[in-house]
Design a protein around this ligand. Sequence first.
Ligand code: URP
Ligand code: ZN
Ligand code: ZN
Length: 460
Amino acid sequence: MKRLIKGGTIVTACDIYTADILIHQDKIVSIGSNLQENDAEVVSAEGMYVFPGGIDPHTHLDMPFGGTTTKDDFISGTKAAAFGGTTTIIDFCLTTKGRSLKEAIDTWHEKARGKSVIDYSFHLMVSEITDEVLEELPRMIEDEGISSLKVFMAYKNQFQSDDETLFRTLLLAKEHGALVMVHAENGDVIEYLTKQALANGNTDPIYHALTRPPELEGEATGRAAYLSALADSQLYVVHVTSAEAVRKIEEARSKGFRVYGETCPQYLVLDQSYLEKPDFEGAKYVWSPPLREKWNQDVLWNALRTGQLQTIGSDQCSFDFKGQKDLGRGDFTKIPNGGPMIEDRISILYSEGVSKGRITLNQFVDMTATQSAKLFGLFPKKGTIAIGSDADLVLFNPNAERTISVQTHHMAVDYNPFEGLKVTGEVVSVFSRGQLIIKDKKFVGSEGSGQFLKRNKFQR
Ligand code: URP
Ligand code: ZN
Ligand code: ZN
């Protein structure tokens, strides 16, 4: 089956030009002016940008967390991703102490297989270093193609690991070619501040933010960066929110450490004041790390623009307001942390970033697709538009306007944190390995068509 995408403006991380793209089966086989192919189905991209399919490096689908399970699974979550122009996700596979890593990976394969409408891979959480983990982990990286590991420095008594575990994970990653990802907050001090707040009767959602101040994000980020340098390893800091954390990443990078950072749309657009919304609505805005004071947004945009932060993840981790977020009425520590973001990640970055002149079109593609492909061992199969690459493509109308709303989104949750936000630009059609999965804003894909991606080792 051949398809010819005609007349679009192709945008990659480094080029912008008008050309046709010929797809044969799942690959891009030719790019050029006025391509003719008699037996190809022609798709017009006149007046549209053609982007490489987005890569979301940070999702939590069908994940048990905070006494409940995320509302979006690999069906609703990946369909919503597709509507938003994302054709690859890397989801976090949780592990349990005392249980084999293989068992954890098998559980995550079960969650995704037969459901995902786009390609997917997994990051593997490391919660302890035991003889069994030392024996299994290299096989996960080398044989299963899971070349990124996740260590939590927060969520005490739940996911949090100690510094020895982080350090030994960094050493293993160095030896076997993986990238270590950290949730960088000081979980011990957060635990103390949280107990103090509750003891003082401070139970509202805003105390979630007040007990997780940016100093504790900066401290953990700096600690992880130094441990990574000591191990001569590589580190990726997920969901960076604050000036304190950005400064630590900049400092580490200026010393030549291999430290990379991601931020998320919510931290670029929303701020701490949202947690004070009345009628417990503030719970909709509970993320960890928390939303920050508004001025931090300029620091994050600058860090993206200057390359100190490389990627935009959604940190998709959705819970209904009714029945899930409201588990925390009267005790903010029981509000499940996270929000629905997989669908609007690209839209918000385009509208708030490119349209408002904060980043260039090439930077936008770099942050939403190319850098993730490079850091997570998928490039050039994914993350760019080139001959031989997978035909994961997004046709995007830069002039369309729409308003984000729970009424029209495709995620399974009962609210959208960006309700009422007007955005410029709209995803019109999406190809996943050459197959149209979104056609003129309608889903035409099929559940289970997404493939698991074994990734290459970390190289930089
Ligand atoms: O609040 C958040 N970020 N929820 C998802 C889990 C995590 O820490 O990434
Ligand atoms: Zn996290
Ligand atoms: Zn997350």
